[in-house]
Design a protein around this ligand. Structure first.
Ligand code: AMP
Ligand code: MG
Length: 351
């Protein structure tokens, strides 16, 4: 990874790197930085021109609001205008960490950041580089994930560079993201939590503190723009299986048998546990976690999706993971990345 014409790579471990990045934020620049969830593309929340550049670089539609990153609960409290006691309890329990809280905004928060909504989403990250960057910038940092809109989120500085080279002023390299999936986004309404996006904090954990309902997806306008159906998508068509691989192996075998030699598609398998491919049906196979740990699978998911996406495959086939704990967030990302509902239908139309 080398500096490009307009983007400098800074190693967060080097003295003064974080200070340089913070100075850039203060002067209205845009900096990609590590968090424990994924890399963010950040700017001063109160600088509208800088925030505008985030939307431009990402090619993000202006109806999709940003999460504001703070370095202390007090800084968050200044961004909201109504804070129920359950929000304070959640902040105490889960901050710093991958929980974003959505509450009515203070009028000082620009509409551009919230896409015109009356609420603002705020989170205090746990990654020490992110915290120091926010502290040294002296302002909350508005930041979506540092990738092109709709694509796979970046969990390394390299992935940011591949997507956005020449976009941000700096990319602050702080190593791979530990959690690897975005934060849980929770809107607080009185003492009820509305789950807008599953993520790094499991819903089961939140339910110890308040009742959580999932935001309805049936409404014409979703409660949160991040609930768009297609997101996190690879360029290669991806199909998420709704059952274990066994049956599909038989179907693929039969399909291959009925095709002329050499006319079988290049299929990559994205498998939760160790992949099984006794008949050589897959061109490539990647596992998320040999020991079937959901945490490990979450940390590897986006990295493995990017790896498979670069192999020139015709199709990525993903196996489901159990929908508990962070597994709910993994399945949410896989469903949104999945562009093919009917595997055999897709294959029969394949030339
Ligand atoms: P990203 O930072 O790209 O992972 O996306 C942030 C997501 O947070 C958005 O797509 C929305 O789903 C959600 N979000 C941010 N602000 C709000 C808000 N004020 N109300 C509802 N959802 C929000
Ligand atoms: Mg994103």
């Amino acid at each position: 990874m080398r500096d490009s014409a307009n983007t400098r790579i800074l190693d967060a471990g080097e003295a003064s790197a974080i200070e340089q990045a913070a100075a850039k934020i203060r002067e209205g620049g845009v900096v990609a930085f590590p968090t424990e969830t994924v890399y963010g593309l950040g700017a001063d929340t109160f600088n509208k021109e800088a925030v505008c550049r985030i939307y431009e670089i990402k090619k993000r539609p202006s109806f999709d609001p940003l999460i504001v990153h703070v370095c202390s609960p007090d800084e968050a409290i200044r961004l909201w205008c109504e804070i129920p006691s359950v929000a304070l309890t959640l902040m105490k329990k889960f901050w710093p960490g991958p929980l974003t809280l959505v509450l009515p905004k203070n009028p000082s928060v620009p509409d551009l950041v919230t896409a015109g909504l009356g609420t603002v989403a705020v989170r205090m990250p746990k990654n020490p580089v992110a915290l120091e960057l926010i502290r040294k910038s002296g302002t909350p940092i508005a930041a979506p994930s540092a990738n092109r809109f709709g694509g796979v989120s970046p969990t390394t500085a390299q992935a940011v560079y591949e997507d956005l080279k020449d976009g941000p002023d700096f990319i602050l390299d702080g190593g791979p993201a530990v959690i690897g999936l975005e934060s849980t986004v929770l809107k607080i309404e009185k003492n009820l939590g509305v789950l807008l996006r599953p993520g790094g904090v499991a819903v089961e954990e939140l339910e110890n503190f308040l009742r959580v309902r999932t935001a309805s997806r049936s409404a014409k306008m979703p409660e949160s723009p991040g609930q768009l159906k297609s997101h996190y998508a690879t360029q290669t068509p991806l199909c998420l299986l709704d059952r274990p691989l066994g049956h599909t192996l038989d179907e693929l075998e039969k399909f291959r048998g009925g095709r002329p030699a050499g006319r079988y598609p290049r299929i990559g398998l994205l498998s939760f546990g160790s992949p099984t491919d006794p008949d050589g049906l897959f061109h490539a196979a990647e596992e998320l976690s040999a020991k079937k740990s959901l945490r490990e699978a979450a940390a590897k998911l986006f990295q493995v999706m990017r790896k498979l996406d670069k192999m020139g495959l015709d199709l990525i086939l993903a196996t489901p993971v159990p929908e508990r704990g962070i597994g709910l967030a993994i399945m949410d990302r896989l469903r949104k990345a999945s562009s093919i509902n009917n595997l055999m239908g897709f294959l029969s139309g394949w030339k």
